[in-house]
Design a binder for this molecule. Sequence first.
Ligand code: SF4
Length: 554
Amino acid sequence: MEERLLVYNQDMPKPKIIHKDYSVCSCNYQFRLPLELEVLIPNDDPVRLLNVFVEGMELTDLYQTYGKIKKSQASPRQLFKIVIYAAMNRIYSSRDIECSCRRDINFMYLLEGKPAPDHATIARFISLHLSQCSKKTLAEVTALLKDLGEISGVHIFIDGTKIESAANRYTFVWKKAVTKLQKRLCEKIAVLVEELELLYGIRLIFNGRKFGLRTLKKIRKKLYAIKKEEGIIFVHGCGRRKSRLQRSIETLEGYMEKLKEYTKKIYNCGDRNSYSKTDPDATFMRMKEDHMMNGQLKPAYNLQHGVDSEYITWLDVTQRPTDTRTLIPFLKDMEEHLSFRYRDIVADAGYESEENYLYMEENGQIAFIKPNNYEKSKTRKYKKDIGQMENMTYDEEKDCYLCRNGKEIGWICDRKTKTATGYIRTTSIYRCDDCKGCPHKTECIKGNNCKTPMEDRMKTLQVSKTMKQKRQEDLERITSDYGIQLRMNRSIQAEGSFANVKEDMGFRRYAYRGIENVTAQSVILAIAHNINKYHNKIQADKTGRHLFDLKESA
Ligand code: SF4
């Protein structure tokens, strides 16, 4: 073999690689590729399915985001196909997509002979165009799946996960810390203003109020007027002594800058506790992936998936670290975009709240949510706990609970509380007046941090009657055969969608900043997941299956 090579090399003219255009040194290399690339792609390749699927979409909203479309370049539809196909193949970087468009025949097939778009075009497509209509595009995909009979349109499994933002991990702004600094600054400003009143005779009566930027600007204006009147010249640099007025103005301007900064930071936080400086839409959250094992908070988004028949039919990106308050906005958003309404809403214990139960009931939807205390209530310790209201007998006529000692825990009053979303919850307070000398007291009354001595304490219960009733109704539903099947499917389908996105598709961190761009990227992932799923179902002859059956125990 070595000999042959030697002979071959001797016979060949030596290449002179001195030109920028390497094709001039390609010697007599003969192209052997077939001119039609399509023949090289297998007939059951998912790229063909993607092509057909996207051709069946209208994409009107996407086209509307363009002013002019150049015929010589890749069309928005082709760019859309490319980004989806890239996500199906775990490619997320715009530079890697560009590279694939130049080398991969499947990408060339999607481009239909058009030149490969550069990385800036791909990034602009996602952040300027797709981000404007990402949810409408997902709604179109869902509608298409519904027409194909692939989704049921009856039950939806909802779950959430946190995905890290593109922002740096050490760019945090804490609302509490900034509020404290702002308070301290206000105190300093009050002292300064008092001083200025004395020094320059400025008429401003400080009555303990907070000085706003407008008042400070007025003071600065007055100081500059004094400067002009007295003809004071401001000096800068070493060896020059600043006048008292210059020092006062500089301190005031420094405070004004800081006040502006703190006000802006608090405004950016909104009702969140933190945000990142390099991605103000990201909130610091505790993540499951904690490589440093120190509970470090990272800038992230809470991604909510609605899954039906293993397809992601709806999604939402929120800035809240917990799931409870994300359910109602998710359902409202879904209803706004989809042409049908889901009847059965299946979610895990993190979504349980009185407000959520009532919203679904008013909306004609049925909740299948596992109660918060469901697992705990099945334990022996809980069942034996005599202090739990669930283990006491309720007397409906007298509206009181009967305790282990045979005493009545009677209703005292109703208390109304407003939740963070504005919902008013009514809690009934029950108290036992005869706990003195009870032998079960230490078992019945909990809370070791109470300052009142144990002998003076009385058993108190706080019960939301609405929540109690809704939870009971829900419990009956989720323990029925249909409820058990839905719960089993929730853990397979909803959590499976995240497993696919995070593990199989290898997506762990967003590449774009801002909630709109992050939503667009999440939609790309969801559509890629759906096409992959559709392909797998077709190939395995499992199309049209909506629910997994319960395994019958032997
Ligand atoms: S502490 Fe009070 S409520 Fe509890 S068992 Fe004794 S008497 Fe009943």
